[in-house]
Structure formats: structure tokens, C-alpha cells
Design a protein around this ligand. Structure first.
Ligand code: GLC
Ligand code: MG
Length: 570
């Protein structure tokens, strides 16, 4: 099986985003400028040089808009303003300027599926009558049962419990129910309403006018619900394997929305000259299989979509080979580049996911607590370095999550009373949630809050072991994870691996991933990842460019190590 990259002559092939490495900053947790224990925009601006020296192309910022912070900013009450905890609009402008000055593009988060319950629209809906235009911006429905005491359908909230909450009318009596696929403070918009559409388009323009280079679209597969809001199928597992069976996910109507948005961003891209001026849209769509996901990146829709299938694949060579092949074939069919991602602010960090026994089709999720089996940290880090070394060689664009360049593991022993993810409460303390990947980043091992801010405050406690993982302890240490990432990003850029074409090699054991990437200048690079336990010998004459950990001798690749090597013509 091979998946060839498009020939260089394809129009648009040279676009920056087709092989960009994009670094996700979770603003609460990256750098705090004012010592309140919460990261902020001035903190980010002051540290952007970390990203230029790392060698990424762009940064994606999770939401920093006005928000009561019930879901860490994904509950927005004003899409056109910065929450005071993060700074103000002038700080956002400053961040954009500084990033652009360093050659970094800036992608911001757009949350179109829902607002905060504190959004003026929802507040107006609460005090307005059923059937009013104010209620029509959200999904209010009468309940089932004799007196409307049952929710309108059986949909579950992603954070646990029902997706419906009943409101109290002005006269104090129980009234209608409203839909929230997430927290009770995150009411879903009704995307059949033109007013909703218009407001979100104006939000897009607001940030494009301020100079952002693109948007990551939150819950991109959720905006449109099946007509009549029918019950979800009972067999939850069957429904999860194929998102099209779910009445709240991946409805055909979402594609209409993205076609309209594409016209808007293209209008801005057209104002810039050359391949570098594109503004882009990237979907967060938990949609499977890969062909269904590829529909989001058809030529007149979004530019990219996160490849969560890759993220959820176990550290097993046959499973990885399958998902890589399927992912490349699916987007090739629509002419889009693939994206690759291993960690983000919603999942267990890959240095910890890979620290457990690997089972095909099973990706640990839901967070880890002190009474759960604890990870084998050294094994997890070794595999994480090897997995990243595979990922950064693959054709397409890659997303990194803050701290993975330090090899940060999930914080698995957070005190439960420090948890802030609404999942923990809504699941009745059965699902720990996502706080473990959101712990503030350690910058200098010797300072209070490990240099996260100028005080000892940190909105989630940082594990003691993180002192030794901090940026200043890894800088210039050749075998550190930070220096490995720098080397990988530098070599990837120089070789233009993200533009290359991949071909699998067949002469290796089943627990080895072996492929070549042929780059645009005609060089063939060998990528060998040993997921087994027996060392593998590199072909004669191969020159190692980078290895995720030490080799045995010059040419023996031990288990859980990935190598990039230069080959002559094969
Ligand atoms: C997305 C975000 C997640 C958030 C949810 C609701 O999945 O990545 O953090 O909780 O949407 O907005
Ligand atoms: Mg702060």
C-alpha cells in the first residue's frame, strides 16, 4: 500500500498549512504574568520565543474569550471580548503582533455549538415565553410525560447525566427544557435559526479583521441535530463506532455551514499575496470512519480536521499501519492533507497513555486518579518519544500540545478536591475528567510554580517531579525530550517531510513500522519504529538523522525506539 503525495504541480500545493506544525496553547496553563495562578495572554506573549526556537509554524490558542469558566473557557458569554482573567483586547492584539513578528501564525478557537448560560441571548431566552424569538436561538422543547416532567429525548450530556435541563418560568412553575450536549451552563444553539448563523459569521469576521490566521472549530460535528430531535439508538457502542447513527453528531447539514465559512475565510486569504496568506479552518470532529471525517475537508469546506483515529490507536505496529494508511487514503480522495495529533487538552497525555499495556481498539480515557493503576512513567516517555518521532515524519500537518515537548506525563495523582473539569461532578465522581493534562507548564525547576508565574500560585497543583522536566533543566541537554523535539522539527522542515510521499516497506517483522518518505528534492528517508522487543538492524549504509532514544551500537534499533535515516536510492 502506498499513498503518494500530490505532484508539486497541483494548484495550492505550496500552501503553508499543508505541512504546518501547530502548537496548542491552553491559555490557563502556559504562562501566568500576574501571579494569580492562571495563565494569561501577556504571559503567552512574553514566552513566544520558546515556540520559535522549538521550530513550529503556528500556535492554536484554546478560548480566552469572556466566560464564567465553567468549562475552562469553552462556555463563552461574549465572543468578541477577552476574559479579564486572560487580559483584554489590546493584549490579544499585542500577542498577534509579537507572534507574527516571530514568523508564527495564530489560530484561535471558535465555539459555535453552544454559548455560556450567561450569554445575553440565553439570559433573554430564560425570561422570554416559549415560542418567542429569544428562545428560538437555542433548543428549548416541552418535556415528555403527563406534565412535561421527562426530558424531551434520551440524549446524554458528554459530561454525564442528561443533555436536558428544565427551566423555571417567570411564574415560578417548571417550564420547558433546553438542550446542552455539554455542561448545564453550555446551552446548544439552534443552527436552523438564521440569527445564530449571522452572529457566528460576524464573530469570524471580528477575529479575521484583528489578524488571526485561522480557527479551530470546537465540536464541529455537533452544530446540526437530526430533525425532530429523535431518541438516540439504545446500543451506545454501535452508535459510537459509526457517528452517523447518532442524531446529534455528523448530520449532513453541518457541511452547508462550513461551505459558507470557507467563502468568508477565502475572501480574507485572497487579500494576501502568495501561498503564505491563507487563513484556515480546522475541525474538531470526533467522527469515524476516516472517510466520513474526510467529508469535512472537501475542497470547498474546511482545510483540516484533527485525526483522532490516529490519536486513539494503541502503540501496536499493525494497528498504526492500518490507521495511517486509511487516514492518508481518505484525504487523498478529496485532495486534502492529513493531520496528525497525539495529545490535546481533552485526552490523557500520550506519555501516559502509552505507559500502560497496549490493547488494539482500546484507548484509555476519562482521566486517571490516585487510586487507579499508576503508569510506568519511563516506558511511557520512551514510547511517547518514539511515537512523536513517527508522527513528525508523516506527510501532512501535525498538532502538538503544550508540554509534550518536555515529555510531560498526565498528572495522575491530583487531589480530587482540586479537580475543576465539570465531568468529575456531573459523572457523580465516577469519571475523573481532563484536569490531569491541563496542569500548568514548568519553565524553570528552581522557581516557585516552576516558573509558570511570578508567585507560587497554580490553578491546578504541579507534581513535584515536574521540576526536573522544566524547560530550563532540558535546554541544551542533548538527550532531553525538548532537544529531541527541536531536532525533529528542524530536520522535518529542512527535509520537507510533511510534503513527502509515504511507502511501506514489507521486509520487517510485524511489530515494526517501516516506511520511506520520499521528499520533494528526491531524497528517500527511512523511518523505522521498533514496537517489539528484539532489536532491528538498520540497512547497510543508512545514516541516522535522528533517533528517539539511544541505539545499540551504530545500527541496532532497540524496542520502543524510532529512527529517521538517510538512504540512497532504494
Ligand atoms: C470540545 C473541547 C472541550 C470542551 C467541549 C465543549 O470538545 O475541546 O474542551 O469541553 O468541546 O465545548
Ligand atoms: Mg494570570
Amino acid at each position: 500500500m502506498s499513498a503518494e503525495a500530490e505532484p508539486m504541480t497541483t494548484p495550492g500545493h505550496e500552501k503553508w498549512w499543508r505541512d504546518a506544525v501547530i502548537y496548542q496553547i491552553y491559555p490557563r496553563s502556559w504562562a501566568d504574568s500576574d501571579g494569580d495562578g492562571i495563565g494569561d495572554l501577556p504571559g503567552i506573549t512574553a514566552r513566544l520565543d520558546h515556540l520559535s526556537s522549538l521550530g513550529v509554524d503556528a500556535v492554536w490558542l484554546s478560548p480566552f474569550y469572556r466566560s464564567p469558566q465553567n468549562d475552562a473557557g469553552y462556555d463563552i458569554s461574549d465572543h468578541r471580548d477577552v476574559d479579564p482573567v486572560f487580559g483584554n483586547l489590546a493584549d490579544a492584539d499585542q500577542l498577534l503582533d509579537t507572534a507574527h513578528g516571530l514568523g508564527l501564525r495564530v489560530i484561535v478557537d471558535l465555539v459555535p455549538n453552544h454559548s455560556s448560560d450567561q450569554h445575553p441571548w440565553f439570559q433573554a431566552a430564560l425570561t422570554s415565553a416559549p415560542g418567542s424569538p429569544e428562545r428560538a436561538r437555542y433548543l428549548f422543547r416541552d418535556g415528555r410525560g403527563e406534565s412535561g416532567e421527562l426530558p424531551p429525548n434520551n440524549w446524554p450530556s458528554n459530561f454525564g447525566g442528561s443533555a436536558w435541563t428544565r427551566v423555571t418560568d417567570n411564574d415560578g412553575k417548571p417550564g420547558q427544557w433546553y438542550l446542552h450536549l455539554f455542561d448545564v451552563t453550555q446551552p446548544d444553539f439552534d443552527w436552523t435559526n438564521a440569527e445564530v448563523e449571522d452572529q457566528m459569521e460576524s464573530v469570524l469576521r471580528f477575529w479575521l479583521d484583528r489578524g488571526v490566521d485561522g480557527f479551530r472549530i470546537d465540536v464541529a460535528h455537533g452544530l446540526v441535530k437530526a430533525e425532530g430531535l429523535p431518541d438516540a439508538p439504545d446500543d451506545h457502542n454501535a452508535a459510537c463506532d459509526d457517528t452517523s447513527l447518532q442524531p446529534m453528531w455528523d448530520q449532513p447539514g453541518v457541511h452547508e455551514i462550513y461551505r459558507r465559512w470557507r467563502v468568508i475565510v477565502d475572501e480574507y486569504s485572497a487579500k494576501a499575496e502568495g501561498p503564505d496568506g491563507d487563513r484556515i479552518l480546522c475541525a474538531e470532529a470526533w467522527v469515524s470512519p476516516a472517510q466520513a471525517l474526510a467529508r469535512y475537508v472537501r475542497a470547498d469546506e474546511l482545510h483540516q480536521s484533527f485525526n483522532f483515529g490516529f490519536l486513539m490507536t494503541a502503540w501496536l505496529a499493525p494497528a498504526l499501519r492500518r490507521i495511517i494508511s486509511e487516514s492518508l487514503a481518505a484525504v487523498e480522495a478529496v485532495g486534502a492533507p492529513q493531520t496528525w495529533v497525539l495529545s490535546n487538552h481533552d485526552v490523557i497525555r500520550h506519555a501516559t497513555r502509552l505507559a500502560y499495556p497496549q490493547v488494539d481498539g482500546d484507548s484509555p480515557s476519562g482521566g486517571i486518579g490516585i487510586d487507579d493503576p499508576q503508569p510506568d512513567a519511563a516506558l511511557g516517555l520512551r514510547r511517547a518519544r518514539a511515537a512523536t518521532t513517527v508522527m513528525l515524519a508523516l506527510p501532512g500537518s501535525a498538532y502538538l500540545f503544550q508540554g509534550e515537548e518536555l515529555g510531560l506525563p498526565e498528572a495522575t495523582r491530583l487531589p480530587d478536591d482540586s479537580r475543576q473539569d465539570p465531568t468529575w461532578e456531573r459523572s457523580g465522581h465516577t469519571i475523573r475528567g481532563r484536569d490531569g493534562c491541563r496542569v500548568p507548564v514548568p519553565w524553570s525547576g528552581d522557581s516557585q510554580s516552576y516558573g509558570f508565574g511570578p508567585s507560587e500560585a497554580s490553578w491546578l497543583p504541579q507534581p513535584e517531579e515536574w521540576a526536573s522536566l522544566s524547560v530550563n533543566r532540558q535546554e541544551a541537554v542533548p538527550e532531553s525530550t525538548l532537544e529531541l523535539y527541536r531536532t525533529l522539527l528542524h530536520e522535518r522542515r529542512g527535509l520537507r517531510l510533511g510534503r513527502g510521499s509515504l511507502r511501506w516497506l514489507e521486509d520487517y517483522p510485524a511489530d515494526v513500522l517501516a516506511f520511506t518518505v520520499s521528499t520533494l528534492d528526491g531524497t528517500t528517508i527511512l523511518i523505522l519504529a521498533n514496537l517489539g522487543t528484539t532489536a532491528i538492524t538498520l540497512p547497510k549504509g543508512a545514516q541516522v538523522i535522528v533517533a528517539s532514544d539511544e541505539l545499540f551500537g551504530d545500527d541496532e534499533v532497540p524496542g520502543d525506539v524510532t529512527v529517521w535515516a538517510r538512504l540512497g536510492a532504494l
